[in-house]
Each structure stands twice: as structure tokens, then as C-alpha cells.
Design a protein. Sequence first.
Length: 396
Amino acid sequence: MNILEGNRKKMLLLFLCLLLIFAGCSQKGQKGEETAEERTQETEIEKESEKLAEGYREIYEAAAEEGTLDTLETKQQILSCLEKEGYAAVDREDQLDMVNSDKMEAFCLDAQAGKQAEVVLLSLIEEGGFVRYDLTAEDGKIQVHLSTLGWKNREPKVYYHHAFTAHSWKYTDRGYFFLEEYQPSGYDSAPGQIGFRVKPLDETCRELNRKYVCPVGYEGNNLLITDWSEQDYTGVDFYDLYEDLYYEEYGRNVPHERGEGVEYQVPAEEIEDVLKDYFRISSEQIRVNMVYDPQQQTYRYRPRGMNDGTLPYGPYPEVTGYEEQEDGTLKLYVEAVWERKMNDRVVSSELVVRLLADGSFQYVSNHVTSFDEALAFSWYEPRLTEEEWQYYYGDS
């Protein structure tokens, strides 16, 4: 499965939708206070952005016709066009290197030094559009003018503007630029933090990440935040992995509807066939780690509900290095990037995978090498224990 079809894309889509709603409301509420100078700036940005989009119209139209607008190939073509125009630009899902990253890095370093600096950063979003950040730095503070361009009826159009002073920001040693917009207490919509990888990442690392790590990632499972091996699976929640890997295997969610307090008896082969494709594990080992009924030859399965749901906007994985082992396995060095906490290394781990002759793979082990004690694992909620289940749902 391509990562663009996975869970992180769903969260990014939700984030962008909420961002558009919030920014649109902000623009509407401030419209009467807008000065002539501000409107002139907006007009100039609109003309410039729409001209930039016209510059990749052929790419957009061909991809729209083929239904490939959101593929990495199309986004790379668009980035190449923006690179020729001299702009720093990157895809929002952080799957491609930023073009003209030297301009963005120079801005970050000048801002850190308290110097005056400015840069325009373009972040590609869905359907051939982009979010534009006009950034101005002075005395360590950053002013942001955010605007969004989308395509409607095959025409590019900037459809809102939003200006703010960054509440906080940072540029990390690993090359991440994080930016935060202030949100009042009690605000429960999309988080105000956003991050961009400025420094390039090895393309092989990106490929390994997409193929072996992103199918599970950090959302709703503990595979990458727990020490485990083929000799000891203690601590690994196979119910979470059954859900994630079923989607990876079949391209759809498990065939059991979610609901508060619902419970299913799932035929053993349905669960075991999925897990055995991704782990060198016996039926007996799976049955030790899950609730198995030998008479019915089924596993008890309880979907996550409100009382053990995982938090949204958690971290995403990034492979920063790899090493071929003597036994033919591959060790991946994985870092957790958490935009919401403006942290590019919440957890570090070494994930080992076994490459199989038919092109598939198996997970072999994971070892957590470091973590931010204040933040690590706080996005992950374990499933309810039997006692907790009975407390919330009784015999329902």
C-alpha cells in the first residue's frame, strides 16, 4: 500500500480541512479591519501564486485526466517546476525532499541569529494545490502570511489569506522547521503546530520507510515503541496489528463494524493468516498473546471504542539510516517526528525486517534506543483490560 493511501493521509486531510475552516473564519472576521496595504499584499500574492500554478498547468491537466494528481511522481514534477522558479517548496506529507532548501535553511539560521530575513515556502497539498507561507523574521520573531491555492473548474485560484505572528518556532539540528500559531485555551480543532523537513533525506531511507515502516507507523499500535523479538512477543498488541496489517493485506478495514461495547468471535484462520504473513510466528504463540477459544477455534475481538481510542495527530515515522545484517535481515533506524510537540525525535528505535524471496517481508524485532521521557508513548492508549471492559460495558 502506498503511504498516500494510509492513515497519515487521512489525518492530514482532516488537518487541512479544519485549517481551511479556521482560516476562512479568521479572514471573514477580520475583513472589515483590513488595510489598503494588506489588500495590496494579498492581491500581489494571488497574482504571483496563480501565475506559478499556470506554470505547471500541463502537469496538472495530464495528471487530473489520469487520476494521478496525488501521486509522488506528479508532486515531484510540480516541485521541479517550482524549483526552476526559485521557490523553496516541499510536499505536505514529507515524502519528497524540499527544493531550494538552501533558501529555507538560510532564513532559519538568520532568524535564529535575530537577523532580518524573509522567504516564501510552498507546501504541496491535495489535487495540485499548495499552501503558501510568506515568512518574515526580525529580532527572533516570525510573521506569517498564509494563503492557499486550489484548482476549481481547471483554473487555479487563491481562496483565502490568514496572517499571524508565530507563537513559537524552532529549527532543529536534524533540519526540521517547526512553526506554531497560538490557539486559545479550550480550542479543540486542528493543532496549531506544523513542521517541514528542510534538509534532504536519503532516497533509499524514504523508500524503506514507505515499504516497511509506514504500513504500521505509530498510529493505534505499539510495534515501534516496545522492545520485542521473535523469541519474545510479550508486550506487542496483536489486536492492533491485526487491524493495521489486514488493511495492508487487503486494502480495506477489518470486516467487523466498530461500536461501543461490541465483541466478535473471529475465526482463527482469519487472524492467524494475516499475522503469519508479517511475522515468523506459530499459531500457539499467537494464541498466547490473544484471547483464543479452543472449542470454537475463534479469537475474541473487541474493536477500540471511545474509552480506549487513540489520540489524533500523533507522530509519524522516518527512517534515517539502515544496515544490512549478516543473516540477511535489514536493520532500520527509525525516528518519530511529532509536529504537535515540535519534536523530530520523540522516539528512536531499531526495527529489523526480513526480506523474503517473493518480495514480501516479515517483522523480526524492535529495540527502543531512546525516547523523550516527557512525551514518548503519550499518544498511544493500550486496549482495555478485561476489568476495564467490564467496568465500561458490563456484559453488553
